[in-house]
Design a protein around this ligand. Structure first.
Ligand code: BYC
Ligand code: FE
Ligand code: FE
Length: 471
């Protein structure tokens, strides 16, 4: 297993130099990527030194190296997790066959589509976040934003390697298009809904990294089970990077909540707005929006695509190999809540058709744990507000619930009830403009904006006051 070769133009651990054709193709794509980064990546700050981590190995211990880097000089590369000895396909109709080192012809289109969909989200998120640097609440947060951005850029590299390396000409064409679509562009949008939503304030950023990056975690977990071994290994390494993105989101929201609690305790008779804090109700509405939008990213509850992907052995359940279940999933059924005559009733769906919903179950239960963490912060501060996760049926645009309205608990409601209540459930224009009014930069070393608490610790054993970005 070769380590990461940093002497090459494109750092990699896939022995790229032994495949000249592929190396040339990727080296030709590289300047287009840098052009895209300069045009659509973080606005400004490209000449500043940022304290970033870079992968130096792919093993569990100490893969990261921290140093000051200018973002366009970041060593984006191709890093696959260690191969598993004699790995076999763990589910579906090819269960027990040796994992594929090449793309099987009959699954080429499905695999390309999955890889393109995954790939598209990575640059999309960088585009969505491109202006946030201007309003960062601290240098610590500014650095975390850029760390997330460069790693999402690397995730694009991970997928483009697969497209170039395993799909020939149409893979190369897809790789070009990945640099052409634009988040939120009416004529040429990104593929999935959430990745076209504006993400222009830091409360949205923390919700995005909590809820949307967590969708990333589960999609990557299910692709890590793929029978296509290079896809599996790529996703396994991406997951190690993903953990930090969710940390940024989860602790970011926690720090906003903490600060609001402090202000409420110091001035029990005042509206936290007067004190420059973010009311807990607004935080809840932002959670409701980003969580429900991210629920859509799992696709329809009943999906023949999902069934095909599972049967073919290209997309499994999260941690499929470790689960003590029937990996064929040919027999069982999934009891799904469906709408019939205006009411919810249970309907049995063949298990393979319910794979999107099964993955969403895991996602929802992870999200529940995040809510427990937020509520502990409230408890610790003696505040009796409680955060709640919106029900998965709430505010959906994809799947069987999207034709109906549901309240936060998932009860069906009529359009009139929805219209009357939705300003209390999802951010109103007033909420957004209030949050926006707080978004003034705090770029002074060791200082922090008034609407968020400092983190418990800094990055890589450094203090919060460390000079994470040299301005
Ligand atoms: N928006 O059979 P259905 C991440 C389409 S995030 C718009 O229900 P299927 C990251 C669908 O394409 C992880 N359209 O679902 C996070 C299909 O279209 P066609 C991203 C949508 O096919 C933060 C139709 O609706 N990874 O990494 O099973 C920062 C019916 O589809 C949406 C992946 O997505 C939507 N939300 O799709 C950075 C993994 N949902 O064929 C990065 C790869 C569905 O009728 N993708 N549609 O035209 C997949 O595995 C699957 O394509 C999906 C579910 C999970 C998207
Ligand atoms: Fe990513
Ligand atoms: Fe991520």
């Amino acid at each position: 297993m070769p380590g990461i070769d940093y002497s090459q133009k494109i750092p990699n651990n896939v022995d790229l130099k032994s495949d000249k054709r592929l190396q040339r193709a990727l080296e030709a794509w590289q300047p287009n990527y840098i052009d895209w980064w300069r045009e659509m990546g973080p606005s400004d700050f490209n000449e500043n030194e940022i304290y970033l981590r870079t992968a130096v190995g792919v093993d569990r211990e100490g893969w990261a190296h921290f140093d000051y880097v200018k973002m366009p000089d970041y060593r984006w590369g191709i890093f696959l997790a260690e191969p598993e000895h004699e790995r076999r396909i763990g589910f579906g109709d090819h269960m027990g066959d040796p994992a594929w080192q090449q793309v099987p012809g009959e699954y080429r289109n499905w695999l390309r589509r999955i890889i393109v969909t995954q790939a598209d989200t990575e640059p999309a998120s960088v585009e969505q976040q491109r202006l946030l640097g201007h309003t960062a609440p601290s240098l610590y947060d500014l650095r975390n934003l850029f760390q997330v951005n460069v790693e999402e850029g690397r995730h694009l590299w991970a997928m483009v390697y697969l497209l170039h390396g395993f799909f020939g000409r149409d893979g190369r064409e897809e790789a070009e298009e990945l640099l052409e679509r634009r988040s939120g562009n009416a004529d040429h949008p990104r593929i999935l809904g959430t990745f076209n939503e504006p993400c222009q304030d830091w409360l949205s950023f923390f919700c995005f990294t909590t809820y949307t990056d967590r969708d990333g975690k589960f999609q990557l977990l299910s692709l890590a089970e793929s029978g296509l071994d290079p896809l599996s290994r790529t996703c396994r390494f991406m997951l190690t990077e993903e953990a930090h993105h969710m940390f940024v989101g989860q602790t970011g929201l926690g720090r906003v909540i903490e600060r609001t609690c402090q202000l409420m305790k110091e001035h029990p008779n005042k509206d936290v707005r007067e004190l420059g804090g973010i009311p807990l109700e607004i935080i809840q509405r932002y959670i409701n929006f980003w969580c429900s939008s991210s629920n859509d990213l799992f696709g329809g509850e009943v999906s023949s695509n999902a069934s095909n992907f599972f049967s073919a052995g290209i997309k499994g359940r999260a941690n499929e190999a470790k689960l003590d279940v029937d990996h064929g999933a040919t027999e069982g059924v999934y009891a799904l809540d469906v709408m019939e005559e205006g009411r919810l009733t249970k309907k049995e769906v063949p298990l393979r058709n319910a794979m999107n919903e099964i993955l969403r179950d895991e996602y929802v239960s992870d999200n529940e744990k995040g809510i427990v963490y937020f509520n502990k912060i409230l408890d610790k501060n003696g505040v009796d507000f409680r955060f709640r996760l919106p029900n998965r049926r709430f505010n959906r645009s994809i799947g069987i619930y999207s034709d109906f309205h549901f309240d936060l608990q998932g009860n069906p409601i009529d359009a009139e009830t929805w219209n009357r209540n939705s300003p209390d459930w999802i951010p109103s224009d007033e909420d957004k403009s209030y949050v926006k009014s707080l978004m003034v930069p705090c770029h002074e070393q060791g200082k922090i904006a008034g609407w968020i608490a400092p983190p418990a610790k800094g990055i890589n054993q450094n203090a919060f006051e460390y000079e994470y970005v040299k301005l």
